[in-house]
Design a protein around this ligand. Structure first.
Ligand SMILES: [Zn+2]
Length: 278
């Protein structure tokens, strides 16, 4: 399924400008994020622009026609003293209208006031909006809030807007929306007690040693002897799921060999680990 993204304005045509924002920059930000969203969901994506260039309305439509897009999605921000999101469709309704409804529902889900799905007939009896009139495939134009509304711009987030538009397209086309990969959440193993490698560690000044504490609850460094010799940098979950990791650094000055140790407590067990810094 082929989606043509049409990032509104660009180059010498900044679109609406207010509160320090330029519409052309925000539509490009949304376009960048939307391309990634749709690609991840399995769509073929093609775009009006990926840089700050001015492309005419007829060219926007004819290029989408040449590419043979299945759907055309134009991105804009509104202006003029209102508030909320609205999505434009063809006066002929059909898939243009149902796609617009799917996208608008998702935009409103971000917190924008619902201005609804709209269409407008030009004086020649055809669609007023050129990109909707001149494209051969179902086309919509989303207005992602008002650039001159403080309320709307507080809501503005290009990534969230893109995700909303992508979900709307997925809902309309029946294609499953794929969430972006999230940062893995590490967990500690459900083990009792504390197992620590208590052998002495030899370190050079400035070296970092990572100590594995096999335990469930976050271990507490209950004592440090030789605070001028070693320093505990951080205690954090082991990405490999074995327990917790403790980063210890050997402190200057050299070259005198010095010793320090830390006491680690978890699950009611305390163990000691020694460090030799030379
Ligand atoms: Zn615009």
């Amino acid at each position: 399924m082929k989606i043509r993204i049409d990032e509104g304005h660009g180059g010498a045509q900044p679109g609406a400008c207010a509160q320090g924002y330029k519409e052309k920059d925000l539509t490009l930000q949304i376009g960048n994020a939307l391309a990634a969203e749709l690609t991840r969901c399995g769509f073929a994506v093609n775009r009006t622009r990926t840089t700050d260039v001015d492309i005419g309305l007829s060219t926007r439509a004819s290029r989408a026609n040449q590419w043979g897009a299945d759907y055309f999605v134009s991105i804009h921000l509104n202006a003029g003293g209102g508030q909320g999101a609205e999505t434009w469709c063809s006066i002929t309704g059909g898939q243009s209208k149902t796609l617009a409804q799917c996208i608008n529902t998702q935009l409103v889900g971000l917190g924008y006031k619902d201005r609804g799905v709209k269409s407008r007939k030009g004086s020649d009896g055809r669609d007023y909006l050129a990109v909707i009139r001149e494209t051969n495939m179902p086309a919509v134009l989303a207005e992602v809030g008002f650039i001159d509304s403080a309320v709307d711009m507080a809501l503005f987030d290009a990534g969230k807007a893109a995700a909303a538009i992508a979900k709307g397209i997925c809902n309309h086309t029946g294609i499953a929306y794929k969430q972006a990969a999230t940062v893995p959440q590490y967990t500690a193993p459900a083990i009792t007690g504390l197992t620590l490698d208590t052998r002495s560690k030899d370190m050079a000044t400035g070296d970092k040693y990572t100590l594995l504490a096999k335990c469930k609850d976050k271990p507490v460094i209950s004592d440090i002897v030789g605070r001028d010799v070693i320093k505990v940098l951080r205690v954090y979950l082991d990405p490999k799921g074995r327990g917790w990791l403790i980063d210890v650094e050997g402190l200057p000055p050299e070259p005198v060999a010095r010793h320090g140790h830390i006491k680690v407590t978890a699950d009611g067990v305390t163990q000691q680990c020694n460090f030799n810094v030379k």
